[in-house]
Design a protein around this ligand. Structure first.
Ligand SMILES: Nc1ccn([C@@H]2O[C@H](COP(=O)(O)OP(=O)(O)OC[C@H](O)CO)[C@@H](O)[C@H]2O)c(=O)n1
Length: 325
């Protein structure tokens, strides 16, 4: 998506309340460089160097209290029998961040080679029920008084990661069968406009998660908190290509807009990045992918949080973006 704001950040007058690190789509694999389905170069080994530079920068920047990885830490091309090792290697790099925890979320690539029942504990995703057996992978936390971060599971309803006979996998298969005419369900051929999102590598937030989100945002509104929603999949057509959008982004945004406390929705998945402000003033920022940085270049950043705005301070391939509330 080519609409990322650059150079739009006003001079900073005061210290931020706190900051957090961001990086998306590391998609590490110990394999030679390759290309996406559409021919875009992908640097599977160099992406680990991008992550290392991100962690070094976060460690050197005052006030970075936590980091968020927007999913896809390991690429689907990683040999299956090396995927657990690769995921652990990436997590070990995140663990060198000394400012606080890294919060993870599920992306399609991790789910290609690792079942979600393994990924949820590996990524230390808080499950809400204490044992991780439910596969639940959405959560929220308050990093600072007056602020809340919500992490969505964009593959709650998905053809990826669940056992084939799981209700979520069956629902996803039926959903795709109804909306995507292609035998290859990763293909958006023949689909028009935002319907091009109805492909197998995307997913949806399920009913239970929608109800949970409604409750979290109701509570946040009552406490007058400002909320940032994080998701692997983007949720506004202005910030991402149609092929990258969450299947039911409209349902999620209806819940978000009902409460008026969400200031920004941050996402990964759309590797070229994008930015928009929706009709209700919510900022949407899809973050540029670490995977597609040619050697020597980077895409990571940190978000400075002020009472009235968020300022994404990006590295070279991640554009700066100011998001005023
Ligand atoms: N037309 C297509 C597009 C993709 N595929 C296959 O689907 C798998 C996932 O694609 P990939 O580009 O690797 O997904 P990412 O999550 O890295 O990127 C996000 C998208 O670009 C968002 O738009 C992979 O196996 C592809 O080969 C396909 O068959 N047909």
């Amino acid at each position: 998506m080519g609409s990322v704001a650059t150079g739009a950040v006003a001079p900073r007058a005061a210290e931020p309340l706190f900051s957090f690190g961001v990086i998306a789509d590391v998609q590490y694999a110990d394999i030679p460089d390759g290309r996406s389905f559409h021919g875009v170069p992908r640097y599977y080994r160099h992406s680990l160097a991008v992550l290392q530079r991100a962690v070094a920068r976060w460690n050197a920047t005052a006030g970075v209290k936590f980091a968020v990885s927007f999913g896809d830490i390991v690429d689907g091309h990683c040999p299956r029998d090396r995927s657990l090792w690769a995921a652990r290697r990436v997590i070990a790099e995140f663990d060198k961040f000394r400012g606080g925890p890294t919060y993870h979320m599920l992306g399609n690539h991790c789910l290609y080679n690792l079942p979600r029942s393994d990924l949820v504990p590996l990524l230390r995703i808080p499950t809400g029920d204490g044992d991780g057996d439910s596969g639940r992978a959405y959560y929220d936390f308050s990093p600072f008084p007056g602020f809340r971060v919500v992490v969505l599971d964009a593959y709650d309803v998905s053809a990826l990661g669940w056992p084939q006979d799981h209700p979520a996998a069956k629902a996803a298969a039926a959903f795709l069968m109804e909306r995507n005419p292609n035998e290859e369900k990763n293909s958006s051929d023949g689909l028009a406009g935002v319907d091009r999102r109805f492909v197998k590598y995307n997913g949806a937030v399920g009913e239970g998660q929608l109800a949970w989100l409604d409750g979290v945002l109701r509570g946040a509104s009552a406490r007058r908190e400002s909320v940032v929603v994080c998701s692997h999949l983007p949720m506004d057509p202005g910030a991402a290509y149609p092929e990258s959008l969450m299947w039911n982004y409209g349902e999620v945004m209806a819940v978000v807009h009902r409460h008026g406390c969400v200031r920004a929705c941050l996402a990964g998945h759309d590797h070229s990045g994008g930015y928009s402000v929706d009709s209700r003033g919510v900022h949407h920022r899809a973050l540029e992918a670490a995977l597609e940085c040619p050697p020597g270049t980077s895409a990571f950043g940190h978000v400075e949080v002020y009472p009235d705005r968020l300022v994404l301070v990006g590295s070279d391939r991640m554009a700066d973006t100011e998001m005023r509330f």
